[in-house]
Design a protein around this ligand. Structure first.
Ligand SMILES: Cc1cc2nc3c(=O)[nH]c(=O)nc-3n(C[C@H](O)[C@H](O)[C@H](O)COP(=O)(O)OP(=O)(O)OC[C@H]3O[C@@H](n4cnc5c(N)ncnc54)[C@H](O)[C@@H]3O)c2cc1C
Length: 483
């Protein structure tokens, strides 16, 4: 059902996506216009109802997106800030209008306390006060200024929704006790828990793939290209993957069609829920992050995952290579940069935080061969290389050149030194350090046989320069990743 709804809402989704900025401006404009109602304080009663409705919409958006898989909700997520400003302004107009219209009532004790209990007005007033800092900080500027405290502050919204429900219940209590808002609140928190736990109540839609879509064999990396077909097995050029008979087998490793996934440069699959189980600084700018996925992972070897971050501005992704995979636990080595958007989120995350990821098969992979292997990494480019090195059989032979600017920038040295078969060379470019080689790695100086496999990861300039040199020398087995 969700795919059908998504399909019907596609035009609206596109409309919002393409005009997100203008819709945001319009909502801010509406906020200013709504302030005009203060000129007619007696008519501000309804704005309370609008504010509560908006608050519910804001709170349900992520649930609709993450638990029910509604794409339109995902598109609306970035608009929550502007919706929040409008909601806060309407709540303010409602409260301030009440005070302007009934000043003597506000001054009396019965405004706060009546018939031995707190009044609906007092509860509403507290909710209004709490919503003011949230409304004032619903901007990118405030987010940047408050850093990790921004999200903490905005968790107050859960208190506000509870107070708002209480406000409504107490208001109507004099006439008739209404249980509906309380039930609605419980339902909301039940779904919120599902969202926090990364539980999804939808199955992914059957995708229709574009003509010419290539497919990747997960176990061996063979790519089926419809343009070429598989003539040896009788599959003519021009045959789409869906048109290949079901008894067809991978020409390289013999697995069935079920072991193929659509090949795109990055193999993005379903978003998975995960939780941070450890985060520690290896040096002032590098963290080791360990996450545990909610679901059991497939047995495939992943190259990297795409983290779906949400800094309340837009949802965005950042890719990090897997340095270690141990069951449901994945280890990453990540460089934190001062102005990086993902870095800013990463530096605020703590153990226990829920995150969302897409697993990605990737193409920077260890070749299953007996060829000699030379690994060259700078900084956190060590992550995928460390994964490769540690997944090689114990009897293997390989050489690693690991480069950092200063001795302080080094990390994982003990782990690397403990790999007995690894021939480790540590390069430091900005200072002389005992036991390390001063200066950059020069591939011209490395003695290697023509069948050597070269694996590069890290600084794009280092990678490009070295790969150019090796290509000129006639090496063909060169694998690279830059970031
Ligand atoms: C396949 C793949 C695997 C990867 N694996 C890893 C990995 O294992 N480890 C790892 O550390 N990284 C990895 N990366 C890189 C990672 O995905 C991010 O690109 C990187 O962490 C920077 O993201 P960010 O959001 O912190 O910075 P971004 O916001 O993307 O900024 C990029 C750079 O620009 C600078 N910058 C941003 N805004 C400004 C500004 N206003 N003024 C001046 N400078 C600015 C930042 O300081 C940063 O250096 C990988 C990338 C890919 C594609």
């Amino acid at each position: 059902m969700v795919p059908t709804i998504n399909k019907y809402l596609l035009p609206l989704e596109d409309l919002i996506k393409n005009n997100r900025k203008y819709i945001g401006y319009f909502l801010i404009f509406l906020s200013f216009v709504s302030l005009g109602f203060l000129l007619y304080p007696n008519s501000t009663k309804d704005s309370g109802g609008y504010a509560i409705t908006l608050l519910w919409i804001i709170l349900w958006i992520p649930i609709f997106s993450r638990v029910f898989g509604l794409k339109i909700a995902q598109v609306v997520i970035p608009l929550r800030r502007e919706l929040g400003i409008l909601m806060g302004t309407l709540a303010f107009v409602h409260g301030a209008g009440f005070m302007i219209a009934y000043p003597s009532m506000v001054a009396s004790t019965s405004f706060w306390w009546s018939k031995g209990s707190i009044t609906y007005t007092a509860v509403g007033f507290v909710a209004l006060l709490l919503s003011i800092p949230l409304t004032l900080t619903s901007s990118s500027w405030a987010m940047a200024k408050l850093g990790k405290n921004w999200k903490r502050l905005h968790r107050v919204v859960y208190i506000i929704i509870i107070l708002t429900v209480l406000h409504v219940v107490l208001l109507r209590f004099s006439r008739n006790f209404e249980i509906a808002p309380v039930i609605f609140l419980c339902i909301y928190f039940a779904f919120k828990i599902l969202e926090w736990r990364g539980i999804k109540l939808y199955t992914s839609e059957n995708k229709i793939y574009p003509i010419g879509q290539k497919w990747l064999c997960i176990p061996c990396g063979y790519i089926y290209d419809p343009l070429i077909g598989d003539l040896d097995s009788g599959v003519a050029a021009g045959t789409e993957f869906s048109g290949i008979p079901d008894d067809w087998r991978c020409p390289v490793c013999g697995v069935t069609k079920a072991d193929f996934v659509p090949y795109i440069e990055w193999q993005e699959q379903e978003t998975l829920g995960a939780r941070i189980v450890s985060k520690r600084y290896l040096n002032p700018t590098t963290i080791e992050l360990i996450i545990e996925t909610v679901d059991t992972l497939t047995s495939q070897i992943w190259q990297f995952v795409s983290f779906v971050w949400d800094d309340e501005q837009w949802e965005f992704t950042r890719q990090y290579s897997i340095a270690k995979q141990d069951g449901r636990k994945l280890t990453f080595l990540i460089k934190i940069t001062e102005l990086g958007r993902g870095s800013r989120i990463l530096s605020t995350l703590s153990t226990g935080t829920e995150v969302r990821i897409n697993w990605i098969f990737g193409t920077f992979r260890l070749q299953e061969s007996q060829n000699p292997k030379v690994f060259i990494a700078t900084g956190t480019g060590l992550a995928p290389i460390y994964n490769m090195i540690t997944s090689l059989p114990i009897a293997s032979r390989g050489t690693l050149y690991f480069t950092a600017a200063t001795a302080t920038d080094l990390f994982y040295i003990d782990q690397l030194k403990s790999i007995e078969w690894l021939d480790l060379h540590i390069h430091i470019t900005r200072e002389e350090v005992p036991g390390c080689i001063f200066g950059r790695v020069d591939v011209d100086m490395i003695m290697a046989s023509p069948d050597t496999e070269w694996y590069f990861c890290g600084n794009p300039r280092m990678v490009t320069e070295a790969v150019d040199k090796l290509t000129k020398k006639g090496y063909t087995r060169i694998y690279r990743e830059e970031f």
